[in-house]
Design a protein around this ligand. Structure first.
Ligand SMILES: *Cc1c(COP(=O)(O)O)cnc(C)c1O
Length: 242
């Protein structure tokens, strides 16, 4: 648990330093705890250190963990690939779905929300790295997707989310985040009713500085706080494993 405290301090320093570099203030950037595979005990501890925002990738884990942490009242986002048959469960537990990446999913979400007389916040996930293996709407299709999803009055589009290229070339990673920022500008300039993109969820343990420099408002950090996971990320990010 000591290591979580130290790691959080390190992350805050990294956020602060990156903000300074581009004349932003740290309160413009929220830290989301990416808690896939992390034990309830550790998650509780991290929330108690003052981090009120967590993200889960799998519906099963979301359900189990949410029950065990509701008393701490964290804000819970769903950040993993979402299959439409899991929508019903997700909207029970998450306040925001960051991974809306196709119209068919939004349609089913809208139907379910209508049935339950509910609304939800979503981010549109964009595949800014153009990697086949990654989920997310194609950048060129994103504006059209936003325009369609905006028609569903119980779905509030609040942001865009992306996973940067897994690369050691910071220039290549930066391109991904720049593209997301550009999409935000393009979408907001269209003044689509019911749409106002204020949030850019981008940057993880290895690239959060670049993301912050390019305008991230939420960085999603797992490994740098909780340590290495036993599963590779492909387990969570690959269609065939879901
Ligand atoms: C796991 C995960 C993260 C965090 O990644 P780390 O490299 O462990 O910081 C962020 N976003 C998503 C969507 C994830 O699945």
């Amino acid at each position: 648990m000591d290591s979580i405290v130290n790691n959080l301090n390190t992350i805050y320093k990294r956020i602060e330093y990156a903000c300074k570099k581009v004349n932003r203030t740290p309160d413009e950037v929220r830290l989301l705890l990416a808690t896939k595979t992390v034990s309830i005990e550790k998650i509780r501890f991290a929330i108690e250190q003052g981090v009120p925002l967590i993200g889960e990738n799998k519906v099963q884990e979301l359900k189990q963990k949410t029950n065990a942490i509701v008393d701490l009242q964290p804000d819970i986002h769903f950040i993993g690939h979402l299959q439409s048959n899991k929508i019903k469960e997700v909207i029970k537990w998450a306040s925001c779905i960051q991974s809306i990446d196709r119209l068919s999913l939004a349609e089913k979400l809208h139907k379910r929300l209508t049935l339950e007389n509910k609304t939800i916040d979503v981010y549109i996930q964009v595949n800014t790295s153009f990697e086949e293996s990654k989920f997310g709407a194609k950048p060129k299709d994103t504006i059209a997707l936003v325009q369609e999803v905006a028609k569903f009055n119980n779905i509030n589009i609040k942001g865009l989310m992306t996973i940067g290229l897994l690369s050691s070339e910071s220039k290549e990673i930066r391109k991904c985040f720049r593209l997301l920022k550009q999409l935000q500008k393009d979408i907001n300039s269209l003044q689509i009713p019911n749409v106002r993109i204020d949030e850019l969820s981008m940057g993880m343990s290895n690239d959060l500085e670049i993301a912050i420099e390019e305008g991230a408002t939420i960085v999603r950090v797992g490994t740098a706080i909780f340590g290495e996971r036993i599963y590779p990320d492909s387990y969570y990010w690959n269609e065939s494993k879901n």
